[in-house]
Design a protein around this ligand. Sequence first.
Ligand SMILES: *Cc1c(COP(=O)(O)O)cnc(C)c1O
Length: 383
Amino acid sequence: MSEKYYRDSIVEVDLEAVHHNYQAIRELHPDKMFIAVIKANAYGLGSTAVAEYLSARGAEFFAVATLDEAIELRMHGIKEKILVLGPINPEDINKAIQHRVAITAPNLAWLREAQSNVMDMDDKEVWIHIKVNSGMNRLGTSDPEEIAQMIDVIEGSDHLVYEGIYSHFSSADIDSGQNAREYDRFKAITSKVRKPRFVHIQNSAGALRLDDGYCNAIRVGISLYGYYPSDYIREISSVDLRPSVALTTKVVDVHVLESGEGVSYGLEYDAEAGDRVATLPIGYADGFLRARTGYRVALADGTSCPVIGKVCMDYIMTKVPDGVQAGEKVHVIIRDRSSEQSMEAYSSYADTIPYESLCMLSRRLPRIYEGEDAAPVNNEVLK
Ligand SMILES: *Cc1c(COP(=O)(O)O)cnc(C)c1O
C-alpha cells in the first residue's frame, strides 16, 4: 500500500459509514452470521481496508468471488473466515486448503473432481458450501438427490467439511412474488437434506426485505457500502444506510472561450463568448463513463456545473462560473442521497446502477480512508 499520490482525483471512503451500515443490518438479524461480501475489491472501496476495519470491530466472516481475491486478503493478514462464492477450478483445491478458505461446490461432478485432487496433507481441511439453484440458473443444483450424494462425498473425505448450503436470489430487489417463490424452493430443497452449520440465501435486498428464521447467515455487499440495491428496497426498508463513497477532483486548467470555439475531441460543444471552461483530471479510464457528458459536478459552494464536450480518457471539461481557478476542489460524487451528485444520480445518469459505478472506479484513483485507526491512503498504482 502506498500512501503517496500525485494527482488530486481521489475516492474518499468513509469506513465509519461502512461500520454503521454493518451494525444497522446486523441489528435486523442479530442471531445470524453476517458474511460481509467484499468481492471485486469490496465493490471498489478496497477489500483489505474494509476487511481490516470490520474485523477489528467484530466481523468474523467475509466472502469474495474468486480464489485470487481470497488469497489477496490472506496475503494482507486477514485471518477471519473467507468463503469463495464462485466455483474454483477443481485442481486448485489444495490452494484453498493451504490458505484456509471455504469454497463453493456447484454440483456433484465438480465436487468429485475437486475431492480427487486433494493431496493427503495432515489434518488440513477445506470447508464446503453447497450451492443450490433456486431459480436464477447461474450456479448450483436444484436436485435434492444430487445434494444428498454431494454430502456423502464430503462426509467420506478426511479433508472436506460440510459447512454450508446456500443459494442466491434472482429478483430480491424487485417488487414481485418471484423472491418468495425462490425462497420457498430453497426451503423445500434444503429441508430434504441434512443441514450444515450455515444456511444462507439473503443478499442485501433479501436481508433488508426478509425477516425469517430459516437461514442463519446473511451475505451483504452493496448495503454495507451504504447503497440500497434498488429504489424499491429503499422504499420498503426501515434501515438508514449511510453512503460511504465520495469522488473529488481539482481543476487543473481553465480556458475562457470565444464564440464559435469548441471543447474536447470533435469540438462538439459550441462555445458562447466568455464561456469559462475548467479541465478536471478524471476521465473514462477512472470510471467516469463517456455517457456522462452533461452530468453536473459541484463546486465547493454547491454550484453545479455541466460536463461539456466528450469525456476523454484522462480528463473532462466543465463549464464553470467566473472566478473558478486551477486548484479549486470539485465534487463528482457526494455522500448525500438527495443531491444531484449522489451515487444514485451519478449512476442513473449513465444508465447504470451503484454496483457498477462503484466497481468502475479504477485503480488509478487513490482511496483515502476516514475512520478511527483506518490506514489513511491506498494508492494501488504505486503499490
Ligand atoms: C455479490 C453477491 C452477494 C452480495 O450481493 P449484494 O446485492 O451486493 O448484497 C451475495 N451473494 C452472492 C452469491 C453474490 O454473488
